[in-house]
Design a protein around this ligand. Structure first.
Ligand SMILES: C[S@@+](CC[C@H](N)C(=O)[O-])C[C@H]1O[C@@H](n2cnc3c(N)ncnc32)[C@H](O)[C@@H]1O
Length: 283
């Protein structure tokens, strides 16, 4: 295991409460599903009358699991969306994420999968993606969406290239069965350092309420080095400084930038100089 690179002390915010909500007029099948998720995730099961405003609600629907930002749907709904990528007309070769990961990469570990947007994009590009998500309700939503995507023709192939595990990447990256070509990181950052013009989507808002704002980017970077991969890609807000230096390459999109790293550089630095590289983490 490599000696860790240093960085900021992680900051943690309060985690919002979460319940499973039984939607009104639910069929027997949805009723059973709601009960299953409540038991599986250790959450309370409530109906619409019992739902509280400041609580997040996981809601089984005919189209898949939804995460409501409050007690009613209009307050905001987060979902895993496989179709968005399937419907995208832009060519993979033009996408900065694809260029950052590299055309030749076969296996990619997405260590911070969240609602799976990037994992799904990578699977659509043709990579074999192993997605890790620490938060069990989010991982459950992604797994549920993948299961449904397998039965739809336009999303089947990508879904087949994707596997999802509810796990802490800090541990899992160090115990992988084989060395991935690329480790991809899109960690949670503290508010400052984000491009303020790019307001967070509802998915990011509920993620922040659900998992907090622990800034563990450097710890994840260390774990990615320990995985033995030969390329690490870190997604950054477009105007934020790199997480750490030196970079091997940068690929910028409209709202995000993808910083590419050669882990061997960091291993050499730590082995030869026995000194830690300076963190370029944003504050
Ligand atoms: C910014 S979101 C990722 C969004 C994702 N790229 C997408 O396209 O939807 C960061 C995610 O990383 C997850 N995460 C943070 N630390 C983690 C860890 N140690 N292991 C696994 N997941 C982690 C958080 O729970 C959160 O869901």
């Amino acid at each position: 295991m490599t000696e860790p690179l240093d960085g900021e002390t992680p900051s943690v915010s309060a985690i919002a409460p979460l319940c499973v909500l039984l939607p009104p007029h639910a069929s027997d099948a949805l009723h059973a599903e709601a009960q299953h998720w409540a038991e599986h995730l250790g959450l309370s099961l409530v109906n619409l009358e019992e739902a509280q405003e400041n609580v997040l609600h996981l809601v089984p629907t005919e189209k898949g699991l939804e995460l409501w930002a409050g007690a009613r749907r209009p307050e905001g709904v987060a979902r895993v969306n496989f179709m968005r990528r399937a419907a995208s007309k832009s060519k993979a070769s033009r996408q900065p994420l694809h260029r950052a990961v590299g055309r030749k990469a076969i296996s990619v570990v997405d260590a911070t999968a969240g609602f799976g947007d990037d994992s799904i994009a990578l699977a659509h590009f043709g990579h074999e993606v192993f997605a890790l998500e620490q938060c069990s309700p989010i991982a459950a939503m992604f797994q549920d969406a993948r299961r449904r995507a397998l039965s739809v023709e336009v999303t089947r192939e990508a879904a087949q290239r994707l596997s999802i595990e509810n796990a802490d990447a800090l541990h899992r990256l160090r115990t992988l069965e084989s060395i991935p070509d690329v480790v991809y990181l899109d960690p949670m950052y503290t508010e400052t350092g984000r491009n303020t013009r790019a307001l967070p989507r509802i998915e990011i808002q509920v993620l922040r309420r659900l998992v907090g704002r622990t800034d563990n980017a450097l710890e994840l970077f260390n774990a990615a080095i320990d995985s033995g991969t030969s390329r690490i890609v870190v997604k950054r807000p477009i105007s934020a400084p790199p997480l750490i230096k030196p970079l091997a390459a940068q690929h910028a999109g409209k709202l995000a930038r993808y910083d590419v790293y050669d882990p061997r550089v960091f291993k050499q630095k730590m082995n030869l100089k026995n000194s830690l590289p300076t963190s370029g983490i944003s504050s």
